[in-house]
Design a protein around this ligand. Structure first.
Ligand code: C2O
Ligand code: CU
Length: 425
């Protein structure tokens, strides 16, 4: 079949409330967020990306464990797609779940301007719900006349929490009312460049069934849900009141309503039932006996020694004392090798650390393997171990998904060899 056309171009978007000016932004196929890309697990996405934004770009399929050549990282997995150029992406979706796509060229600016969209991979037998809804949470730094504030590389922002907006919203797709008594699947995606969103839900009762596209074995309560930039949560929940479903961002100044889904009428036929766990995606089990141990220490930012370097034109953030991409990788793994990586946050800010091409286990305080994620939030001063089986060959980025931090040096890469790792007994 013919590829899906995905055209990056300037768009006007109604970010501010109706009646206020529209905002000149970047988007795909005429809007931001871009179109929902959807396929069944195991199917192939064929996408013809056309770049009409007037500068280089490329598209990264965040969280998908796909061939390295399709990962969309200019200078690493492909050449930048120049203004007016195009690139054909084709990849098989191995995991069912909630993913997203976004520009990976000057992402701190292109994503802030709107170059992103949702990518959904359906389970072979999707769970029994009445509505499957995508909720993209974003913030924008926007002037009163509806123009995005410039200064995308503002050093003060980069040295602190990144570019935080003054206006935030949850964008629901599709826009459709639900009924009291309906069971809904809510796919939350934090598409903001830098802001961490704690999210509270009103009007529903249910469970978190997946994180970062990977099902949770025992679905969890959603109280205390926090989404770092790029993180996702799938929730299956029942609509319990006639009031709208509310997405609330609790702030120090009180609750901030990000968005609502209207409730109209009642579903009288659905019988109460347990929230089901989703079928697991297939991942290689880690071999802890032969695991290699690594440490990744986050350094820099405001109030650090490295800040002086930043003032003199250098990078503000570093991993293990090193800013930006080096000629040699952080580590070369044999294919299939298990690694335990200690993430040490030696800074005064939280960081959301993202690995391309793989999911990894967060190791809990009890030492047990926890959720499978592609992005993990490590608070200021905190240390977190992750365990990953590096079974996808190629060169993969490992970076902070606070895109202002990434812009200012907080990135590295790993290599996974083509040959298999042989176990030694
Ligand atoms: Cu979501 Cu390297 O990116
Ligand atoms: Cu960071």
């Amino acid at each position: 079949s013919a590829p899906v056309e995905l055209v990056a171009q300037p768009v006007n978007a109604q970010i501010l409330p109706e009646g206020e000016p529209a905002t000149p932004m970047l988007g795909f196929n005429g809007g931001t967020p871009g179109p929902v890309l959807r396929a069944r697990q195991g199917e192939v996405f064929d996408i013809r990306f056309q770049n009409q934004i007037g500068e280089g770009s490329a598209v990264h399929w965040h969280g998908l464990r796909i061939d390295n050549a399709m990962d969309g990282v200019p200078g690493m997995t492909q050449d930048v797609v120049e203004a007016g150029g195009e690139f054909e992406y084709s990849f098989r979706a191995p995991d069912a779940g909630t993913f997203w796509y976004h520009s990976h060229n000057r992402s701190w600016e292109q994503v802030a301007k709107g170059l992103y969209g949702p990518l959904i991979v359906e389970e072979p037998t999707p769970p029994d719900v009445d509505h499957d809804l995508i909720i993209m949470i974003d913030d924008w730094r926007i002037t009163e006349n509806g123009v995005l504030a410039d200064g995308f590389e503002n050093m003060r922002d980069q040295a602190h929490q990144g570019r935080l907006g003054n206006f935030a919203r949850a964008l629901v797709e599709p826009v459709t009312p639900v009924r009291r008594g309906d069971r809904v699947r809510l796919r939350l995606i934090n598409v903001a460049t830098d802001r961490i969103f704690p999210v509270e839900l009103e009007g529903v009762e249910g469970k978190v069934v997946a994180l970062d596209g990977m099902p949770i074995v025992d679905p969890q309560e959603f109280s205390g849900l926090i989404l770092a930039p790029a993180q996702r949560a799938d929730i299956i929940a029942d609509v319990i009141t006639d009031a709208p479903i509310g997405f609330v961002f609790p702030t120090r100044d009180g609750p901030y309503l990000l968005g609502e889904i209207p409730v109209k009428g009642a579903n009288t036929t659905r019988q109460p039932s347990e929230i089901p766990a989703l079928p697991p995606n297939e991942v290689t089990s880690p071999d802890m006996g032969s695991a290699v141990s690594l440490t990744l220490t986050m350094e820099g930012g405001a109030m650090s020694r490295r800040m002086m370097q930043g003032m003199m034109g250098g990078d503000i953030w570093a991993f293990n004392g090193q800013s930006g991409l080096t000629d040699t990788p952080l580590h070369s793994f044999e294919r299939g090798q298990t690694a335990r990586i200690r993430l040490v946050n030696d800074t005064r800010f939280p960081h959301g650390i993202h690995l391309h091409g793989h999911h990894f286990f967060e190791v809990g305080a009890d030492g047990n393997l926890g959720a499978l994620r592609d992005t993990t939030l490590v608070d200021a001063g905190e240390t977190r171990d992750i365990v990953c089986v590096f079974d996808n060959p190629g060169n993969w980025l490992l970076h902070c998904h606070m895109l202002g931090h990434q812009a200012a040096g907080m990135k590295t890469w790993v290599e996974v060899a083509l040959e298999h790792h042989h176990h030694h007994h």
